[in-house]
Design a protein around this ligand. Structure first.
Ligand SMILES: [Cu+2]
Length: 170
């Protein structure tokens, strides 16, 4: 009886050892892997436009650089700062500037994509708290391959100097 128990616990210990071994292997891989994400997106100049407290929506902008040899598609942006977060693009319709939701944006291989005023932007609708200049907003970008990336966007009244460039139509 006690032998059986011992055998069981031996099996249990072996299993445990395997799990621990696997975990430490994963941790090791994690620590030696380069800081570049699997999708190799780099985010610069992420900012959110500060609005008067009475305005319950605003937009976030950033430069997304794809350092990989394959295009990367951003399919979702999420944030706790707003009830609803959507990617939008501006378009001219009957001479009127309007904006509409887009469900993905593609960052070409070894290239960049701008979320910028007057162009694509990340719309934050139903702000859960007033955003003041100097605050930061956490945004989570998810790519088609399922990788997520957390971005801290600074709340600013004016675009950061480097991001204040006209949007080029490609
Ligand atoms: Cu919009």
């Amino acid at each position: 009886m006690s032998q059986t128990l011992d055998q069981i616990s031996m099996v249990g210990l072996k299993k445990m050892h395997c799990v621990v071994g696997l975990l430490s292997t994963l941790l090791l891989l994690g620590s030696v892997a380069s800081p570049v994400r699997a999708d190799s997106l780099t985010i610069d100049n992420a900012w959110v436009r500060a609005m008067p407290p009475s305005v319950k929506s605003t937009a976030a902008y950033m430069k997304v650089t794809n350092g990989s040899d394959s295009p990367v598609e951003i399919v979702e942006v999420a944030s706790e700062a707003a009830d609803m977060v959507q990617m939008h693009e501006h378009s001219m319709k009957d001479g009127m500037m309007s904006m509409q939701q887009v469900f993905s944006v593609q960052v070409p291989a070894n290239s960049e994509f701008m979320f910028a005023p007057g162009g694509h932007h990340i719309m934050l609708m139903g702000l859960t708290a007033a955003l003041e200049e100097g605050d930061s907003v956490e945004l989570t970008l998810t790519t088609k391959s399922g990788n997520s990336q957390v971005v801290q966007a600074q709340v600013m009244k004016n675009p950061p100097a480097e991001a204040d460039t006209p949007v080029h139509a490609h």
